[in-house]
Design a protein around this ligand. Structure first.
Ligand code: NAP
Length: 281
């Protein structure tokens, strides 16, 4: 991907950005440990989201050796084939991941810390009806231990009400306890939803600030896959490129006149923008 983008003229800078100012264009941004002000006519925010971890005892040792935060990414790995697996969480992700894992594991136990699932009714019903799944309510995870090959083999589960502990056989542990979108950089500057994800106009990468686009997991709490992120990155690149080209046109020929095409550029009507400036079209 890197090589391909360089072939098309992209210059890549590896920097940590400490601050952005989206209050006016050109947008301003500053790199870490450097007070130099940089500017950009358009910005694509693609800072991602990180899966929450629980920091259970043994987690460091067995991370990626049995413990994962993405069943869809790691579930098919041979170490989980026909083995007992555990999912922690009670939301839609936990339900979806547990059902996905039944394709690979011998049995899947879901640990839910409360006495009810947070997942939608349909997902909850499907999960509870699945014969390869056991849902243990009022239950939390404890220490993870492993075998002499360095792979996870057991974990402690604890009844949150009685405090009773049990060491169960488990060769995989999947966290599904939510994600944290990395939006600290744009907090208060872009519209975000109740969980902190950047809000984009459906079917586009437009944010509420003209010229700022969002792509990948920072605006997607549903699919969260490398391929869907790459796809939305491509959409954002096309839209940012179009935005800049039209800004340049506007500089040369005066302001646009508010026609449907102009509104489509701004993302404020339902007309699908035509990518006139894409060299492939
Ligand atoms: P979520 O809805 O926030 O659920 C997180 C779950 O993890 C909750 O059950 C929570 O328990 C539990 N949890 C959090 N911290 C915990 C801890 N320290 N120990 C034990 N359990 C803990 O997150 P999500 O399931 O990732 O879903 C995020 C959003 O994406 C939701 O809006 C969801 O509907 C959506 N989504 C939709 C689909 C779909 O439609 N197919 C699939 C996946 C996700 P409590 O309930 O006790 O707080």
């Amino acid at each position: 991907m890197r090589k391909q983008s360089e072939r098309f003229g992209t210059t890549l800078h590896t920097e940590t950005i400490q601050k952005v100012d989206l209050s006016s264009r050109p947008f301003k941004f500053w790199a870490e440990f450097d007070d130099t002000e940089h500017t950009a006519d358009a910005l694509i925010i693609a800072t991602g989201a990180s899966a929450r971890r629980l920091n259970l005892p043994g987690e460091e040792k067995y991370w990626q050796n049995g413990i994962s935060a993405c069943a869809v990414c790691d579930g098919a790995v041979p170490i989980f084939r026909n083995k007992p697996l555990v999912v922690i969480g009670g939301g839609d992700s936990a339900a979806e991941e547990a059902m996905f894992l039944t394709k690979y594991g011998s049995h899947v136990t879901v640990l839910v810390r409360k006495d009810h699932l947070r997942a939608s009714k349909t997902m909850a019903r499907r999960l509870l009806a699945n014969k390869k799944v056991t849902v243990r309510f009022n239950t939390v995870g404890g220490e993870v231990t492993g075998d002499d090959k360095g792979l996870m083999s057991h974990m402690v589960v604890k009844n949150a009400v009685t405090g009773e502990e049990e060491n169960i056989e488990a060769n995989g542990l999947f966290y599904a306890v939510g994600h944290d979108p990395a939006t600290a950089l744009v907090k208060g500057q872009l519209d975000t939803d109740a969980e902190g994800y950047i809000v984009t106009k459906p079917g586009t990468s437009y944010t509420n600030v003209e010229g700022v686009f969002a792509a990948g997991d920072v605006q997607d709490k549903r699919y969260r896959q490398a391929i869907t992120s790459a796809g939305s990155g491509c959409m954002a690149a096309l839209e940012a490129e179009k935005f800049i080209s039209e800004m340049e046109d506007e500089r040369e020929t005066g302001p646009l006149d508010g026609t449907e095409a102009d509104q489509a550029r701004k993302g404020d009507n339902t007309v699908v923008p035509e990518y006139r400036t894409n060299p492939l079209l």
